[in-house]
Structures are given as structure tokens and as C-alpha cells.
Write a protein that binds this ligand. Structure first.
Ligand SMILES: Nc1ncnc2c1ncn2[C@@H]1O[C@H](COP(=O)(O)OP(=O)(O)O)[C@@H](O)[C@H]1O
Ligand SMILES: [Mg+2]
Length: 272
């Protein structure tokens, strides 16, 4: 393993895509897909042209969260080879492995197959003109992250974590990997930051000792983009395929996600 910065190899620009924003985490289950789906929908609501690339090949959940589970993707044979037509809902164009496999089918492709598929998801999809391509990464620092960071010009990465020490430790590893690969870090999203009981919506319980995300930002040495509370509605809306920014825009979680989306647009503009 090298600790040297990787050489910037020739990266493939994808025609028509202005900004690629990667949503990453060290651990699974911290809310990456939830953040990716909500940010994508919030951007689309603001009038931007948005795609969501589900790069979590072995655990694809984006189709459920966007309410297009079970859709069939169309593969066209063109003069330049195969092209895939994304599935559109809530104003977001989505591509995911879940469109290619049955729900009960185990996905156990080896590394080269994963790499090939991820490249196809970027390059062989008729994304059209996009202001933002949001990439829902798998957890950790594996083949998918390396392939994407080395092959495509990621505008910036957002690291999602929960406040616990174990999540932060893994998030730090993920963040360091992006730094080594010369991918700019937009900042940290602290999810499940505090709990709002549905029957007492004015109460806040700091279950994991978040202290308002301060500890996360300090540990990761990165700007805090926002703190999302634990709210039952976040899970319910995700399962129902209607992200909380659409289902309950006035909720504390939706407000936090809108603020995070806003911060991402600012970070993108600052880099331009
Ligand atoms: N802030 C939250 N409040 C309540 N449930 C949440 C919250 N964030 C995520 N969840 C739920 O936790 C589970 C894991 O989230 P998910 O976004 O799939 O994580 P990841 O993509 O990092 O594995 C999902 O069922 C999701 O609905
Ligand atoms: Mg996920």
C-alpha cells in the first residue's frame, strides 16, 4: 500500500455532466443512500437536471428509495455499442444493479466485473445533460471507490457518518482515501445525530453524544455540512420510495437535508 498521492491519471470526462458528487461512508447503514436520494431529489426540485448512480453494486437500495423498485431498464444497441436508458422518478434519472437482478438473487460478481459495470454506469448510460450526477457509493474503501476516483473527475465527496466512535473511525479512513486520490472533500454529514420522538417533536435526545456534530467535524478535520436527526419518518419515507424532502418537507430531517443540499451547491460553485 502506498502513502504517496496517486498520480492524476487521465480521467474520462463524461459529455454533458457538469458535476459529479460522491456520497461516501466508512460503514454501511449510516444513511448514505438516504442522503444520496434526498440530495438528488432536493436538487431536482430546485430545477437542476439530476442523475443518481447507485454504485453500491452488492447492496443496491436507491431504486427502493426513489420508488422505482422492480423497474426494467432498457438496453439499446447503438453504433457505439450498448447504451442504458436510466429510470426516472421524482425528477431524478437512476441507474442501479437492482434493475438487472431479481430481488432474491445474490450478487456475487468478482472485482473485474464490478469495475466493468461501474464504468458502464458512468459512460454507457444516456444521462443526457446533467447539472449533477450524485453517486451513492458502497461503504468502505474498496474497488468501487478506487475505480471511480481514478477513472472519473469527481467534483467532490460528501462523507456520511453517525456520531459513534466506531463510525467516525471508519469515516476517517474513507476520507483519507479520497484525499490520497486527490478528490476534494466537500464535508461531513452527521446522520442520526439526535432523536426526535414523534409524540414530542420539540424534544431532542442526544443518544450518541453528538454535541451538534462538533466531534465529527473535529475528528474528520472537515467542514460540517449538517446534522440529520433520527426520525421515524425518514425510514418510513425511504421504504415507501418518497424521500422525506418530498414526503415531509417541514420536518427537521428534511430541513437538514435541504441545508446540506444547499451547502453542496455552494461547494460546487466555489470549486468552479
Ligand atoms: N435520520 C434517520 N432517521 C431514521 N432512519 C434513518 C435515518 N437515516 C437512515 N435511516 C434508515 O436507516 C437505514 C439505513 O440507511 P441507508 O441510507 O440505507 O444507509 P447506507 O446507505 O449507509 O447503508 C434505512 O432503513 C434508512 O431508512
Ligand atoms: Mg446504501
Amino acid at each position: 500500500m502506498t502513502t504517496q498521492p496517486q498520480q492524476a491519471a487521465a480521467k474520462q470526462n463524461i459529455e454533458g455532466i457538469k458535476h459529479i458528487v460522491a456520497i461516501a461512508s466508512g460503514k454501511g447503514g449510516v444513511g448514505k443512500s438516504t442522503v444520496a436520494a434526498n440530495v438528488a431529489v432536493a436538487l431536482a426540485q430546485s430545477g437542476a437536471a439530476v442523475g443518481l448512480l447507485d454504485a453500491d453494486i452488492y447492496g443496491p437500495n436507491a431504486a427502493i428509495m426513489l420508488g422505482v423498485e422492480g423497474s426494467t431498464i432498457h438496453v439499446q444497441q447503438g453504433p457505439k455499442g450498448q447504451s442504458l436508458e436510466p429510470i426516472v422518478n421524482h425528477g431524478v434519472k437512476l441507474v442501479s444493479t437492482s434493475f438487472f437482478v431479481r430481488p432474491d438473487q445474490a450478487i456475487s460478481w468478482r472485482g473485474p466485473m464490478l469495475t466493468k459495470l461501474i464504468r458502464q454506469f458512468f459512460a454507457d448510460v444516456t444521462w443526457g445533460e446533467l447539472d449533477y450526477l450524485i453517486v451513492d457509493l458502497p461503504p468502505g474503501t474498496g474497488d468501487a471507490q478506487l475505480t471511480i476516483a481514478n477513472s472519473f473527475p469527481i467534483t467532490g465527496a460528501v462523507i456520511v457518518t453517525t456520531p459513534q466512535k466506531v463510525a467516525l473511525a471508519d469515516a476517517r479512513r474513507g476520507l483519507k482515501m479520497f484525499e490520497r486520490l486527490n478528490v476534494p472533500i466537500f464535508g461531513v454529514v452527521e446522520n442520526m445525530s439526535y432523536f426526535i420522538p414523534p409524540d414530542l417533536p420539540d424534544r431532542r435526545y442526544d443518544i450518541y453524544g453528538s454535541a451538534g456534530g462538533e466531534h465529527a467535524a473535529k475528528t474528520l478535520e472537515a467542514p460540517l455540512l449538517g446534522c440529520i436527526p433520527i426520525e421515524i419518518e425518514v425510514r418510513v419515507s425511504g421504504d415507501a420510495g418518497k424521500p422525506i424532502v418530498l414526503a415531509q418537507p417541514a420536518s427537521a430531517s428534511a430541513q437538514a437535508l435541504e441545508q446540506i443540499t444547499q451547502q453542496i451547491t455552494v461547494a460546487v460553485t466555489d470549486l468552479a
